[in-house]
Design a protein around this ligand. Structure first.
Ligand code: B1M
Length: 231
């Protein structure tokens, strides 16, 4: 996508040029350039969440569109994902170390059959930054992983992520299993991922569908507050 010359100096670009360049570099899977640009924006006073949402997440959207349209293929998308993770690695400590008071405990993971983890990682980071204790199960999780961890670790929230239309129905399997065990009411169940919507969340019996990481944080906070008030 980019026709970036060897002599391009990222620090000489103004903010909007730099953000444009970051989208090109993400598209081209240039991890070092993404890391450098993230550091430059931080030095310029950008807040970590804006760097994520206004450059990396938007850039990944372009990658996703071209992946869908057959312009990019798995190896290129993987490189873009690695570059995005490079940027997230720098931002993570800044997102999680807010000193916020402890809000509750959440187990989160991507469901069985699904290996997409960027969005889930972002949600985990933002939740941690908002004061939640996070147990991250990673990718490809069967129902037992969520349920056993929630019970053993005394979690308040079970969070599930799915990026494929073929894997999102598995969220219902987890919720149904909780119900069969008589444990559904013990946990707040939050779901998210690009192919989901509110209606799907309701249909499978989740407490809420969360469109993005910021909404996940707000939803979790208000549901935890409601749970404590009821208690
Ligand atoms: Co895949 N992939 N992928 N992929 N991939 C999608 C999802 C796809 C939409 C691309 C496309 O066609 N446009 C398409 C799915 C189509 C569909 O199901 N309808 C697709 C496909 C088809 C596939 C494969 C099947 C391709 C193949 O092998 N032929 C394969 C599946 C493998 C598997 O899982 N079994 C596959 C593989 C891959 C890679 C490995 C190459 C890579 C993943 C790398 C990784 O994650 N480590 C990859 C990527 C990167 C993508 C796209 C391009 C980007 C996803 C992403 O990271 N977005 C994606 C296209 C797209 O989504 N536009 C695509 C950025 C991230 C920040 O957003 O994950 O949506 P997102 O998370 C958001 C919200 O959704 C929400 O908050 C996050 C932050 O704001 N959220 C939650 C997410 N989880 C939440 C959980 C919560 C709350 C909110 O819990 C409480």
């Amino acid at each position: 996508m980019s026709d970036q010359g060897d002599d391009l100096v990222l620090s000489e670009l103004n903010d909007s040029e730099l953000v444009e360049q970051m989208m090109d570099d993400l598209y081209d899977g240039l991890k070092d350039e993404i890391a450098e640009a993230v550091r430059i924006l931080l030095d310029r006073g950008w807040v970590p969440y804006d760097i994520l949402t206004k450059s990396l997440v938007l850039g990944m959207q372009i990658v996703g569109d071209d992946f869908r349209d057959g312009i990019l293929f798995v190896p290129e998308v993987l490189r873009a994902a690695q570059a995005m993770k490079g940027g997230m690695f720098i931002l993570k400590p800044l997102l999680v170390e807010t000193g916020a008071p402890k809000m509750g405990k959440m187990v989160i993971g991507t469901v069985k059959g699904d290996i997409h983890d960027i969005g889930k990682n972002l949600v985990a980071m933002m939740m941690e930054g908002a004061g939640f204790e996070i147990i991250d199960l990673g990718i490809n999780n069967p129902a037992e992983d969520y349920i056993n961890t929630a019970i053993a670790e005394n979690c308040d929230i079970i969070g599930m992520s799915a990026l494929l239309t073929t894997t999102m129905p598995y969220m219902k399997v987890v919720i149904d299993q909780l119900t069969e065990m008589g444990k559904r009411q013990d946990y707040i169940v939050l779901v998210g991922g690009a192919p989901l919507n509110d209606e799907f969340g309701k249909a499978i019996g989740a407490d809420a569908y969360c469109d993005d990481a910021a909404i996940a944080v707000e939803t979790a906070k208000s549901m935890i507050a409601r749970k404590h008030n009821q208690a």
